[in-house]
Design a protein around this ligand. Sequence first.
Ligand code: AVJ
Length: 339
Amino acid sequence: MKQPTATPTALPGFSDRFVLHRDPHPVRVATFAEDVRAGLGTRPMSLSPKYFYDDLGSALFEAITRLPEYYLTRVERDLLATYGREIAGALDGPLELIELGSGSAIKTRLLIDAILERQPSLTYHPIDISADAVTESSLALIQAYERLRVIAYAGDYFPLLRQKRLVTHGRVLVLFLGSNIGNFEPGDARELLELLAAARHPGDGLLLGYDLKKDPSILELAYNDPTGVTAAFNKNLLGRMNRELAADFDLDAFRFSANWHDEIGAVQSFLISEREQRVRVPAANLDLGFAAGDSIHTESSYKFSREEVVALAEQCGFAEKTTYTDAGGRYAVSLLTVR
Ligand code: AVJ
């Protein structure tokens, strides 16, 4: 198994229980500039949702998860609280945990609790694009759990999985929660599941959390909260380009819009120019002309049925063990195993 290349960072006093592997090819500002040049320099204009998650963006997302309209996080947490023990006991242990897009790892504690009831210690491998977010959540976890060791990775999970840089021992349960799979275009979601199955051993597990298709008015409200937090989360992308790429976006000259698109099965989010305007993005060598109504696509949030997810997982090398949904049929968590 190839060793990670970047020198992991250990923290004084926690060195034996926490290391952070920074992506040897971190998302340099250059990459952000390159992606902005590619995304805004062509029509239709779009930006990858991964750029939502700078420090302010991660904090705004945490706020979104507390919105009454955004039920996903709460329902998933309730499912993990109810079935955590059953999930922890479903695979022949002892287990190690890997988590894609770990964020605050608040929900993960429900599974860590259940697993530490069954085994003396646990190694957890969180992966998050934001080094600050993964460091902060990892430190909170090792302070809360003496029997926990954390090997964290800051970076994009695709290169990590492709280069098989995750070092694990024994039976592994991979967590991909929060309906994060919904952010991937169908082809990328398939590639990610194939990479995951290829990187794991038969019998390893994947716990996949995903939002279910439902009445479009409920879906649209979850992304058009009257408090305006989701709008701020999207406008922060413009603010980030102003901060990091010396751009001169006027955030008030754009409005946020999110709508359900039945034909593709996703909520599509956009920032729409309210008037004719010019915007310069020097670090991306861009001088953009916007007409009123011109839009920037910022995110797709795909919604699924259990059948669709299980069919896709089976095509990618998994078998369904159990699927848990809430009484209202709003959200599902499928436990899949590598065939
Ligand atoms: C974290 C990608 C699952 O698409 O529902 C929340 C992000 N965007 N509100 C989602 C998000 C707007 C969220 N995911």
